[in-house]
Ligand binder design. Sequence first.
Ligand SMILES: Nc1ncnc2c1ncn2[C@@H]1O[C@H](COP(=O)(O)OP(=O)(O)OP(=O)(O)O)[C@@H](O)[C@H]1O
Ligand SMILES: [Mg+2]
Length: 291
Amino acid sequence: MSFSSNTFLQALNPKLSEILNPRAEKALQEGSTDEIIVLDSATTVYEGERIPTIQDISLRVKKGEILFIIGPNGAGKTTLLETICGILPLREGSVEVFGLSTKKYGHQIRKRIGYVIQEMDFDPSEPFLVKDVVLIGRIGLIGVGKRVTKRDWEIVRASLEAVGMEAFWGRPIGKLSAGQQQKVMIASALAGEPEVLLLDEPFANLDINARHDIYQLLLKLNREAGVTILCVSHNLGIPPETDKVILMQNGRIIMNSEREKALTSPLYKAFIELSQAEKGVYNAAKTAQEK
Ligand SMILES: Nc1ncnc2c1ncn2[C@@H]1O[C@H](COP(=O)(O)OP(=O)(O)OP(=O)(O)O)[C@@H](O)[C@H]1O
Ligand SMILES: [Mg+2]
C-alpha cells in the first residue's frame, strides 16, 4: 500500500476530511522499494563507549508491516529504534530507511518517522502546554521558524482527539499523570503524519482500556493509511495482527519470525518463562520488603 497524507489524516480522525486542504493525493513514498527499513550488519556504539550496544543487526521491514520487538532489559531494543532514526552513529554496516541512508539523510528520514520515546518524564514545573508538545511533533513538516497555520492546529487537535486528550489542550504537560503524558506523546508523533511509527513501550503507563483504544488506533492507521509500525512492548502480549516478532538479547537479534512461528518457538517460550520467573522473584522481594 502506498502512503498518502490525506488517507493518514482520515484514518487518524474522520473529522479531518472536512478540513483537509486540497493537498494532492500524492504518494509521499519515493523510490520503488517495498522494503521501507533495511539494516545490514549494523553495529552502533554510544559516545564514549568502547563496546558496541547493538551488533551485527540485519533486518528488513516491508511497508505496512507490524513488528513487535521484545527482549530483556538492556537487550538493545531502544538502541535499535535510535539506530533506525539515525540518532546514533554507525560503527559498521548500513541502515536505509525509505531507500535513504541514515548516515546522509537522517534529517529527511526523521521527518517521516513518528518516534515515541520510552518514559518521557516531564517535570511538574514544565511550562509547555499539551497543544505545544503535540505541535512539536509536526515541526519537521512545518519547518523551524515557519508560520504555524490554522490547518496545523486542526491536525494537532485531531491528534489529541484521536487519543482522547483534547480536553487537556491548554494544560501544562508537567501537571498530567504519566499515562496522560504518554497519550500526549503518542498524539505528538501522530501529528507529524508519519509513514513509520517507532513506539518504545507506548502502553507502559496506560490502563487496560487505554491500551486497547490506543492499539485500535494504531491498527486503524496501519490498515487504512499503510503506516508501518515497530513497537517495543511488554504490556500487550503479541497481538494477532503482528507480522513479525523480533527477540533481542545482548545487542543482537536472536529471533526474527512470523508471529505464529515465534509464539511456538523454544526461544520465545524461554523468554516468557524467564520474564515470569523474574516477575515472581520481584513480587516475592516486594512482599518480603512490605512485611
Ligand atoms: N546513552 C548511553 N550511553 C552508553 N550506554 C548506553 C546508553 N543508553 C543505553 N546504553 C546501554 O546500551 C545497552 C542497551 O540499552 P537499551 O536502552 O537499548 O536496552 P533496552 O532493550 O531498550 O532495555 P529496556 O527494556 O530496559 O528499555 C544497555 O547495556 C545500556 O546500558
Ligand atoms: Mg528501552
